[in-house]
Design a protein around this ligand. Structure first.
Ligand code: PDD
Length: 279
């Protein structure tokens, strides 16, 4: 696998980062995961905008503008020998003597790798996955796509330990998102989406689903969603760049709705698949 590190391409086994990198010592960095279909980076402009917002959020000078990132990313995509890619991009505040305060004059570390993109099969979509509910104990800037993911790691492991796929997070009685995904509910044919604020990551897939619902007149409410509403939902889905739209068919061991993918999930996935082909 060919990776990109600070201006150079190399096999992954040869990529080295100094131990003083602030990403390693402090988790001081941001990242993106971009799905690539047939060598086309899906919603690249939106991913680059979110990367800029993450940089602004941690007061890191973005080393490239959107045009330069686009050239770099397209070149990188072309070097892989598989067409559907899960492109991971990471920026850290660079290498410096360990100190919490920002270093003077450090150069950001830029890293990219691509793995084959594995999205849910039609069978996995139909069956859906299990989720557990848990308390969202993260910080107040969940809108930053930070590489400091310890809270998310621990929250997701709660699901895995329970034999489930994802943890649905609740803060003060309201649903925020999943440990590594956004969450939607459906009630009486209406899609319920949580508010896009500092308590969740503004998922590119989340934005895409909302855009598709509006464009196709699918009933949609973007508002606070209570724990009771989540438990009474006809459908629950998780969304992310790699899982796309994936039904949650069990929550805390109880069946959600019909126990398989629901009609609104099916409709939205079909619309999403259409968009993948056209960009
Ligand atoms: N995770 N919320 C969290 C906490 C996430 O980590 C992710 C994605 C999302 C969905 O965002 P998007 O639709 O842009 O993928 C929401 C990625 C895939 C990851 O960390 O691997």
């Amino acid at each position: 696998m060919t990776v990109y590190l600070n201006g150079e391409y190399m096999p992954i086994g040869e990529a080295r980062v100094p131990v003083l990198d602030r990403g390693f010592l402090l988790g001081d960095g941001v990242y993106e995961v971009i799905p690539v279909y047939g060598r086309h980076a899906f919603r690249l402009e939106q991913h680059l905008l979110r990367l800029q917002n993450s940089c602004d959020g941690i007061r890191l000078d973005n080393p490239h503008n959107a045009a330069a990132w686009t050239t770099l990313i397209q070149d990188f995509i072309g070097r892989q020998d598989f067409a559907n890619q899960n492109l991971y991009l990471q920026l850290t505040r660079g290498v410096a003597k360990r100190d919490h305060a920002f270093p003077q004059g450090a150069t950001p570390t830029i890293f990219m790798m691509a793995n084959p993109l594995v999205t849910p099969t039609p069978e996995q979509f139909e069956a859906g996955v299990a989720a557990v509910s848990t308390t969202d104990n993260r910080w107040q800037r969940c809108d930053i796509k930070s590489i400091a993911l310890l809270a998310n790691v621990l929250l997701r492991q709660i699901a895995v330990d329970a034999g489930a796929t994802e943890s649905i997070l609740f803060r003060d009685g309201y649903m925020t998102e999943g440990a590594a995904s956004n969450i939607f509910a459906v009630k009486g044919g209406t899609i319920l989406a949580p508010l896009r604020n500092h308590l969740m990551l503004p998922g590119i897939t989340y934005d895409t689903v909302i855009e598709l619902a509006r464009a196709n007149n699918v009933p949609l409410e973007v508002r606070e969603i209570s724990e009771a509403e989540v438990r009474a939902a006809d459908e629950l889905w998780l969304t992310s760049s790699t899982k796309e739209i994936l039904p949650i068919t069990r929550l805390d061991g109880r069946v959600v709705g019909s126990g398989t993918a629901g009609p609104v999930a099916r409709r939205m996935l079909a619309l999403y698949q259409g968009l993948k082909r056209t960009g």
